[in-house]
Design a binder for this molecule. Structure first.
Ligand SMILES: [Zn+2]
Length: 174
């Protein structure tokens, strides 16, 4: 997980977490025993590192600015915590812990918005996504699709593909 603990990286992460306290990493909350709210963060890693590179390029920092604006409404910027950030079925999933009721709806909408937006952005490089990989589903651009060994389906063909994948491949040999 920690690939580069250079002083520059730590300084950069510190500045990031000062601006967006909810990106502070205190261990993996899903890994029992590793997480503690009281633990001093090392800043070798932040929650932003959990966002795949293409989406990080495309969505950060505006995604964090939007979250901060929502949290400020409930004075919750310093209390908010992520539970998990990951890619699932090709889209960005932002899972958070408890939050005040008055911002629950807005927070859910924010999570859903980036879940949806991520299907249009290449997970590898951040360019517009044009292809879907099959098997392990991800959305990628034409250039990144060429680097992938498995078959990809143009996003414009997805309806046709899902109707009958076998028939689709018979008609589109690639
Ligand atoms: Zn790409």
């Amino acid at each position: 997980m920690i690939e580069n603990n250079s002083i520059e990286k730590i300084e950069r992460n510190k500045a990031l977490c000062e601006k967006y306290p909810f990106l502070t990493w205190r261990g993996d909350p899903l890994y029992i025993g590793s997480y503690s709210r009281d633990r001093e963060p090392t800043y070798e890693f932040t929650w932003e590192d959990e966002v795949p590179e293409g989406w990080r390029k495309a969505f950060c920092p505006q995604m964090w600015d939007e979250l901060k604006a929502i949290l400020e409404k409930a004075d919750y910027v310093n209390e908010f915590e992520f539970v998990q950030i990951k890619e699932k079925f090709g889209t960005l999933r932002l899972y958070s812990g408890a939050c005040p009721e008055e911002i629950y709806k807005e927070l859910s909408d924010w999570e859903a918005k980036y879940d949806e937006l991520s299907t249009h952005v290449c997970i590898n490089c951040g360019k517009p996504a044009t292809q879907m990989t099959t098997g392990w589903i991800t959305y990628v651009c034409d250039d990144c699709a060429k680097e992938i060994s498995g078959r990809t389906v143009p996003i414009k063909d997805l309806d046709e593909y899902y109707k009958n994948p076998k028939k689709y491949w018979e008609e589109h040999q690639n």
